[in-house]
Design a protein around this ligand. Structure first.
Ligand code: ADP
Length: 179
């Protein structure tokens, strides 16, 4: 296990649940770094091209993990990883997995606003209803580090950020000598 002096967390969930908004708030509040996987994939070309139908990059996971290693994610820690999947990150990198959840009507509105293609919109709503990301998180990590949080309203988001901040405080106390 790496002797990280700061933990890493993954904030995950179906597109539109509020990952980026949460990550930005948590970063502001805690000083941890917001690591947008989307931006790394784009900027460091960790992809095998563009999928026109889904309007998204086809991610090359090996390249992505190498890029994250270069950023010292596993050794230094202190990152809030923002991505709509979580099973690709090695268990040893991750100290907390937050799965954001939202009601399907709210998700529909958010994704419509984003002008998602119909096929992508429907798939994401189905995925949220079927709890795909929650299952993925539970299958990939120890259950005690997976937390499911609601993200329908600004109040819920505030409460979530408070909770994550508290968790970080506790982690620092528990790991005063490094992870
Ligand atoms: P994601 O990164 O998961 O795709 P975003 O953070 O981009 O989601 O959020 C999608 C949209 O929903 C944004 O317009 C954001 O302001 C809004 N939003 C996200 N979470 C909440 C929330 N808890 N309450 C109200 N609006 C939210």
């Amino acid at each position: 296990m790496a002797a990280r002096t700061l933990p890493n967390m993954v904030i995950t969930g179906t597109p539109g649940v509020g990952k980026t908004t949460h990550c930005e708030l948590v970063a502001e509040r805690t000083g941890l770094k917001h690591l947008s996987v989307n931006e790394i994939v784009k900027d460091r070309e960790c992809h095998e091209g563009w999928d026109d139908e889904y309007q998204s990059w086809i991610v090359d996971e090996d390249k992505l993990l190498d890029a994250m290693e270069d950023m010292q994610v596993s050794t230094k820690g202190g990152f809030i990883i923002d991505w709509h999947a979580c099973d690709l990150f090695p268990k040893s990198w991750v100290d907390l997995v937050v799965v954001l959840r939202v009601d399907s009507a709210t998700l529909y509105d958010r994704l419509t606003e984003r002008k998602y293609p119909e096929v992508k919109l429907q798939e994401n709503i189905d995925s949220e209803i079927m709890e795909v990301l929650l299952q993925e998180a539970r299958e990939s990590y120890d259950e005690e580090i997976v937390v499911e949080l609601r993200s329908n309203t600004a109040d819920e988001m505030d409460g979530n950020v408070d909770r994550i901040e508290q968790w970080l405080k506790q982690w620092k106390e528990d790991n005063a000598g490094g992870a």
